[in-house]
Design a protein around this ligand. Structure first.
Ligand code: NZQ
Ligand code: ZN
Length: 384
């Protein structure tokens, strides 16, 4: 196991009727900006619940943060924060709203070019505190210091991480996910699944605890994900999916182990260029990546095949192929298509994605830094 620091300061308020507790974790004198997305939080009453929880504090609202939040939109919120002298941000929505709010928190008092800070991963200066009410179990953004923002002008989708960006608290009421359309339920399960895979499916370093936690999360998502699609208002199922998604990317399973974020990094280019949902890009790329990397990931692929899919028969190559096929089948069972062609993308998308990877210096990737342009092309071609 590698050396590691583990630090996670986010307080989780989990369960029903927890939104009312938000006020206890925000300073009484705070001037609060509630941020939200395209309207789901308003329509389903969550915004109103958040306002009530804030009591007599001075509260402002900023709506319209789109999926894969755009820099331009977020900069408008930054102006509002400055104008109203906001001191606390409360995000109400999915990963895009939480990520966007982290950007606002870092940008509000930044002296200099904020996009340069973000894209060159320079440290922020003074960061506003934030909390969140998460309405979509998927990204883990509620309990991590990461955010991904899109610069539409540049065709760039860029992730950024800094310890100052952990939310102070995250409210997870599984019932809030009842109103999600099936596509977003499925996206969430696939995203969480791939987060686990990218921290688990590399090479063994005798990290038995992390491996067993990861396998537990994968098995849970395989069992509960399909139920969340058919049994809409099953609290136990939603609670399980919600907590799985948080644990998939709150840092716990990733400590002390090699990681491979190539599926995410290549996937972000597909979203930036073609507006595919984040999880759709992962469902398309992951099976092909596992296939191309089957030799360097051999030991872990065999472990994954046996422990997660119960595949123990046949020679090594057959078991690995079966595990990759079952992974793809799971994404399809969740209703997330796993081929680029199924989303109507032209075959030229492969060259476009490679051009973006070059332009933003995103290669090589992988736990051995061996996913170069040749391998990235193979992955994309196999994904088509
Ligand atoms: O905008 P509204 O109206 O709220 O609608 C949203 C949006 O259309 C809707 N929605 C959310 N909660 C709902 C709901 N609809 C009905 N009922 C509810 N309870 O769902 C749609 C998608 O929302 P979005 O926030 O975009 O989805 P998700 O949570 O999957 O977030 C995706 C973003 O997170 C980034 C992705 O790249 C993408 O930009 N990620 C962030 C990560 C992180 N911070 O650690 C890691 C991830 O790998 C990921 O990259
Ligand atoms: Zn993701």
């Amino acid at each position: 196991m590698f050396n590691f620091d583990y630090y996670n300061p986010t307080r989780i308020l989990f369960g029903t009727q927890r939104i009312a507790d938000a006020g206890q974790h925000i300073p009484p004198e705070a001037r609060v900006l509630i941020t939200y997305g395209g309207g789901s939080a308003k329509k389903h009453g969550t915004l109103e619940e958040a306002r009530l929880a804030l009591g007599g504090r001075e509260v402002y609202e900023f709506g319209g943060i789109e999926p894969n939040p755009h820099l331009d939109t977020l900069m408008r919120a930054v102006e509002l924060v400055r104008e109203k002298e906001i001191t606390f941000l409360l995000a109400v929505g999915g990963g895009s709203v939480v990520d966007g709010t982290k950007f606002i928190a870092a940008a509000a008092h930044y002296q200099g070019d904020v996009w340069e800070m973000w894209s060159k991963r320079q440290p922020p200066q003074q960061v506003l505190p934030l909390g969140c009410i998460m309405t979509l179990p998927a990204t883990g953004s509620e309990m991590n210091p990461t955010a991904v923002v899109t610069h539409t002008g540049l065709g760039a989708k860029v992730g950024y991480s800094h310890p100052a960006l952990y939310p102070r608290f995250a409210i997870l009421d599984p019932r809030k996910s009842y109103t999600l359309p099936p596509r977003q339920v499925a996206n969430g399960v696939v995203d969480a699944f791939v987060h686990v895979i990218e921290q688990y499916l590399t090479y063994p370093v005798y990290a038995k605890v992390q491996d067993r936690f990861a396998e537990g999360l994968l098995l849970t998502l395989i069992e509960e994900g399909p139920k969340a699609l058919t049994d809409h208002e099953n609290y136990d199922v939603r609670a399980t999916v919600t907590w799985s998604a948080t644990l998939a990317l709150n840092g716990l399973i990733g400590v002390g182990v090699p990681q491979d974020w190539a599926t995410h990094r290549i996937g972000h280019q597909l979203t930036a260029l073609y507006d595919l949902d984040h999880a759709q890009t992962l469902a398309v790329l992951l099976p092909s990546l596992l296939h191309v990397q089957r030799d360097t990931k051999r030991l872990k692929l065999l472990q994954y095949a046996a422990r997660v899919w119960g595949v123990t028969e046949g020679d090594e190559q057959a078991r690995i192929t079966r595990a990759i096929d079952l992974t793809r089948d799971f994404f399809e069972e969740m209703g997330v298509k796993s081929r680029l062609s199924a989303y109507g993308l032209p075959e030229t998308c492969i060259d476009e994605v490679l051009a973006n990877l070059r332009r933003f210096n995103l290669l090589p990737q992988g736990e051995h830094q061996d996913i170069d342009e040749v391998k990235a092309r193979r992955i994309l071609s196999l994904s088509y």
